[in-house]
Design a protein around this ligand. Sequence first.
Ligand code: ARG
Ligand code: ASP
Length: 711
Amino acid sequence: MKHTRLVLIAVLTMMFSWSVRADEGMWLPSLISQRIADMQEKGFKLEAEDIYSINQASLKDAVVLFGRGCTGELISPEGLLLTNHHCGYAQIQKHSSVEHDYLKDGFWAMNRSEELPNPGLSVSFLERMEDVTDKVLEGYEPGMTEDQRVWIVRENSNALISEATKEGKGLRATVEALYYGNQYFLFVYRQYEDVRLVGAPPSSIGKFGGDTDNWMWPRHTGDFSMFRIYADKDNNPAPYSKDNVPYKPKKYFHISTGGVREGDFTFIYGFPGRTQEYVHSEAVRYIEETGDPQKIHLRTLRLNIMNKYQAESQKVRIQYSSKNANVANAWKKWQGEVKGIRKMNTVRNKQDFESAFKRWASGGEFDGVVEKIEDIYKRLEPYSYAVDYLNETVTATELPKFATEIAGCYMIGLDNLVGFDQEKAAGLIDAFYKDYHLPIDKEVFIAMMNEYEKNMPEDFKPQYYKDKYAEFGSIEAWAEHIYSNSIFTDEQKVRELDAEDMQIVLGDPATEFLSAFGLWYSTEILPVTRKLNQELQLAYRDYMRGQMVYCRTQRIPKDFYPDANLTLRVAYGHVKGYSPADGTYYLPSSTITGIMEKDNPEVFDYNIPQRLRDIYAEKDYGRWTDENGNIPVCFIATNHTTGGNSGSPVINADGNLIGVNFDRVWEGTMSDIVFDPDICRNISLDIRYVLFIIDKVADADHLLEEMTLVD
Ligand code: ARG
Ligand code: ASP
């Protein structure tokens, strides 16, 4: 009796330590039964089958991969979809012109016929996922070479993919390696291609705070936009047609207007893009000491140039707004990431773990694995540096990139006659010159290539570069040559190009610049990095498995989840404030009061629409207020998210929608590498703010009528 008692206590303590463990992790939906007890203990009231099921409609059927790297969710029985403003940004911009500036003024379709098609945009539902490790590795014998293994994996995967997509419209499938190829999963999706823009608030709401507030808390951004999925008469995927009808989802989210309080359970269902939680300390050291700081430095120079010209001209400000936002987004994230890695002593902690692992592994199956990884990183590092540098300098210039794209419009037929894809070229030309300002590009070229000259080791400079540098004597003189002589600086001449002009295009100094670097990269760099990365992959496969065995046998409490790879995942946690620094504590939610505090007609990022000021003055809030009679705007929680989770549904204990995920707090952006439950927070839009904007600012009540609201 006493004995069983002791065992019971031991089990309970284990469960207890389990339940207080960090909210870290991005879990596979089909294996969620392994986590459901923990989720329920933290407050979730539904079952694993409600999250993922292949037998009945489940929440997974209301979540989509939106475009190439965002998440969206279904919120009505008529295919209405919610995602972020920054996820729909490109579509909103494409429909915008000086007469209809939907970025500036917002857009609301007042009926179905006003919804705007978006060729090229698609959404994918996950039909099912399946562990196919045995099938993928069929025919593989230990002792085979890595090349043979790669070949076998590819052949078996292709067979599985064709089998899975044989029947049914719009099916596509992928086989993904998890845990560095220790496990393989088949993912079968149904992809819809007729996705129309339904609504977006003006950027002064949807992008409120701009890059100043990006990655920051407290936040007041109304980062949402709405689309509708269309299908053929049988509810199947079909290309755009005016005969298509709104898609009828198997499942859509009911929306809770009951609000969010500190401590509430939250669950994020979406498509996180990339994390690297199990990497060796050397990989983190490189990011912390070299990779991130170099990239930050180069982007600071680039952003300073853009900002200077953007401040001088309204036209240039608009032209470079999206480019600037893209450059600034990662630039700011990397800074937070480096700080976070340092603060958490990640390199040191990983080194300690590796030392202990090595001692444990000595003489066993995993002996030498860590050393092997160290050795590969040593050989890889100069190449990683060269690639990082190339990406942030040479390919950061605009004219050369455009020139090679135009060069790509030439096609040589079997008869050796040259063709020119006029239509493709026309599209590229329109897009390029609309948003091009030569003085910025030239100054960026000079700044970036001077850094390149200074910081790239001689044996990593292509002969082409050395010759040009010798010929012109300085980067400035070389830039002068390119930007005065390239035909691509003259829009009119470029518009007149045809099949006869291939030699002009190929011999152009801008084309030559990028293609010379490209050739050097593919002959001198890529073969080496490809080989080293393959070695690394193999070593990591062992190290990953080794880490699991080590932690299990040494009773080190650690729950393993596969790194993010843009497949559907569940993250769960709770609403919680945080203390980013000594003496500072942040509350977990923000309200419209904060918008008014930031409001400033003089500052572009904080200049809200007059409509919102009027509503605030009259407190005309409708039914969307919190318990203090205020309009809630954003909240933070401990869910583990990353890029790609933007637009993800934030779900409460009852399985209802309470928010839309869109960002993380700056101090916690190291969560792609190491997660700190005290600091890492995802930022979501409170669904009541979305409803408030639709109701009071957009006057689009017809959309509210489609939704199912619950208290
Ligand atoms: N930081 C968020 C993410 O990584 C939002 C980015 C878009 N907003 C912006 N101001 N650039 O995607
Ligand atoms: N803002 C990111 C996205 O667009 C989300 C994140 O990195 O937390 O996916």
